[in-house]
Design a protein around this ligand. Structure first.
Ligand code: PMP
Length: 306
């Protein structure tokens, strides 16, 4: 990971090496913290833009509400702080990680009146699953770990502790020689991946699981809008792993993974065994949008200059 100079910490910009916490930080022990993953891109016409900044910051606050954390800043202040952190670090293109966590004080499970802190780190980050993955597609394995039940975790919230499930699944998939894990919900339906939402394509109809036990991905939302605008039929409907096996195409999406085609699941070749044409088309349109090369979606961009 390529570090940058400063991290925004409770309103101050502190040197990267000094953005540290006490070992008795409550979140470190019990996992109740909330975070975001956001990207900014260099624009075709100059300058840079953060993609769907407002929606990401709003989701951070919704996540905090779900786990009863009060972030001591407003949505507007956090959005401004993100742009400020990018500018201070002269980061034209990269990844943005806001994290709200519960500090030290009470050490029981109940966090009592422990303070809530907010940090914003930014760093350069290329393709999450590799450049090859974007072009050729990835190999996926259904995880032996089930995605959370909606009454066990707050599945629509991006809560630190939820990601233990993701880390277990990702490690298992990688150790078994795959690129990413596919996670099924407690009833056995396809849910999402460890940090991505999933789509399949069959007879030109695009399908994605509904927002029940999955993270409401902002890339997912963007692709649904884009695909509909391009004339595709998009349905939000549960499907099983065997429907995925026989799909014409499948792909993952997320801020980090962008639009990543899937070429194989559980040793079954998906479609032609290469990145599918719909996935590649949506990927190229997505990259145009995030780089300011499709003005129809300019409202999704928060432009800034270094
Ligand atoms: N599902 C999970 C579990 C994730 O961690 C992410 C990444 N935030 C996504 C889906 C995709 O969400 P987004 O498009 O908002 O990055």
């Amino acid at each position: 990971m390529l570090k940058t100079e400063k991290i925004w910490f409770d309103g101050e910009l502190v040197p990267w090496e000094e953005a540290n916490v006490h070992v008795l930080t409550h979140t470190l022990h019990y996992g109740v913290g909330v975070f975001e993953g956001i990207r900014c891109y260099k624009c075709i016409e100059g300058g840079s833009a953060v993609f769907r900044l407002k929606e990401h910051v709003q989701r951070l606050f919704h996540s905090a509400k779900a786990v009863e954390m009060e972030i001591p800043f407003s949505v507007e202040e956090v959005a401004e702080a993100i742009v400020e952190t990018l500018k201070v670090n002269k980061l034209e293109e990269g990844y943005i990680r806001p994290l709200a966590f519960i500090g030290s004080g009470a050490m029981g499970v109940h966090p009592g009146k422990n303070p809530v802190h907010l940090v914003i780190a930014v760093w350069p980050w290329g393709a999450y699953l590799g450049e090859e993955a974007l072009k050729k597609g990835i190999r996926v394995k259904t995880s032996s770990f089930t995605r959370h039940h909606v009454n066990i975790m707050m599945t629509k919230a991006k809560v630190c502790g939820n990601y233990v499930n993701s880390v277990l699944a990702k490690r298992e998939a990688v150790a078994d020689g795959y690129d990413e894990a596919l996670m099924l919900d407690p009833e056995g339906y396809v849910a999402e991946a460890t940090g991505e939402n999933i789509f399949i394509v069959r007879n030109s109809i695009i399908k994605t699981p509904p927002l029940d036990s999955i993270l409401p991905g902002i890339t997912r939302d963007s692709l649904i809008t884009l695909a509909k605008d391009m004339g595709y039929e998009v349905v939000e409907q549960r499907f099983t792993r065997d429907e995925l096996y026989s799909a014409d195409e499948a792909f993952f999406c997320g801020t980090a993974a962008e639009v990543t085609p899937i070429r194989e699941v559980d040793r079954r070749v998906i479609g032609s065994g290469q990145a599918g044409p719909t996935a590649l088309l949506l990927q190229s349109e997505y990259f145009k949008i995030v780089k300011g090369d499709n003005l129809k979606y300019a409202g999704w961009l928060t432009k800034f200059e270094i």
